[in-house]
Write a protein that binds this ligand. Sequence first.
Ligand SMILES: [Zn+2]
Length: 185
Amino acid sequence: MAESCPLCNTKGSLFFQNKRHVFYTCGLCHGIFRDRKQLLDRKDEEERYLHHKSDINDTGYHHFVLPIVNKVKAHFESGKCGLDYGCGHTPVLSRLLSDENYSMEIFDAIFFNEKAVLDKKYHFIVCCEVMEHFYNPCREFKGLFELLLPGGKLICKTHLYEKGMDFDAWYYKNDPSHVFIYQKQ
Ligand SMILES: [Zn+2]
């Protein structure tokens, strides 16, 4: 039974199925979304995330978030306000941006759940390897849009699926907390 796309609410069709993973795809937004019956409960999700993000001194991880830092620097002068949304247990990205003299706040539904942060407005929001975890991307993106000042930007990093890639062999789908995968469209 195909499900509706949690981003644009279009009826999806089966995209991939094996013993562990079932994904549907949306003909309108081209999202690829996990069967809702496979979504983790909060406790399993938490455990998953504890293993997810790297140490603040890990140079590999610095390299990983660098494209976002560079994007912010290209579009915003230092001193502007930013939010690191879904920062994980170790907010590396916001630390690096603070070092560049941006005024950073952090939010993470599990590790830094400080709701007051979501009452403010920001010049930019950074979202590094977060949007693939959105159970309800429509609601999440609407919420993030509300947090942006006029002319503000949401800067996201995720792995895109591209046509022709071997989904079966693709490691990215194997993480059970990866529930919505994007294509360029
Ligand atoms: Zn869709």
